[in-house]
Design a protein around this ligand. Sequence first.
Ligand code: NDP
Length: 286
Amino acid sequence: MSTPLRLVVLGNPIAHSKSPAIHRDFASQLGLPVQYERVLAPLDGFVGTVRALQAAGVAGANVTVPFKQAAFELASQFSEGARFAEAANTLVFSSEGIRADNTDGGGLCRDLNRQLQAQQLSLADCEVVLLGAGGAASGCMAAFKNHGVQALTILNRTVHKAEALAQRASSIGLPSAGAGFDAKAPSTSLPRVVVNASSASLAGEAPAVDPAWYNNAVLAYDMMYGAEPTAFVRKVASMNPALPTSDGLGMLVFQAALAFEIWTGRAPDGLATLARMRQGLGQQHG
Ligand code: NDP
């Protein structure tokens, strides 16, 4: 039997991470010998943990809260998405050093396009209204640009963060504007995709924005996910019953699929894994 490729997910906390189940599903689909484990890194010991894993022959790592910025700082080579966000969720260890990727945006765009396809649309036909301007929002800018998003509006509780992120997104060729949640929505002829990248759902809340932001909307998407519909999905569905909604489980699975492809050169069937993860979520809470 060939030596397994050793991979880990690093975070603190980490016990809740679904990444091992997802990557083991990918490996089993493709018949690849992969060993994927959770690693709890001490809050003040991320660099030491990475060095020890490298010395032990680990080939790569996913990185989650709160180490995505520290992961970026450790690397010497970067993907466009990691460089823009100055944060990484995927590391590749090699004799030449550490390469940092950020697959969150690519994973989100893959899931959005998959769902838009049902309406014969893609992100390249749409404008995106993004609620939130934190790490996850920043991780999506390069991917939005690469998927041809026509225009982006970032609305955030802290207005200057939305304005600053929009300015940086415009500077890479993604026409963007930033404002507060109280901004009035201009009319648009483009189909709108509304994405919640705020942590409000964690508190059981949904950002209160001008309902006119949902005019012309074709999809409302919450990056958060769970066994039950999130607060954002519930709110949107009650205001606009005909508007398709989604939580972020697909983003999670597709960002993992992109990381798996970076490490192994093989593309798993993310949709099949997503169906199994969805079923697992239901069983956990059902
Ligand atoms: P950050 O802490 O970096 O950013 C949080 C954002 O949410 C900020 O814009 C913040 O606004 C806003 N916010 C926080 N609380 C509230 C509130 N009560 N009302 C309105 N806005 C609020 O978090 P991340 O960007 O890392 O994560 C955001 C969400 O995305 C989380 O729910 C996370 O679980 C999810 N996520 C999902 C992924 C997936 O694979 N499905 C991947 C990554 C993230 P302000 O600037 O004013 O503080």
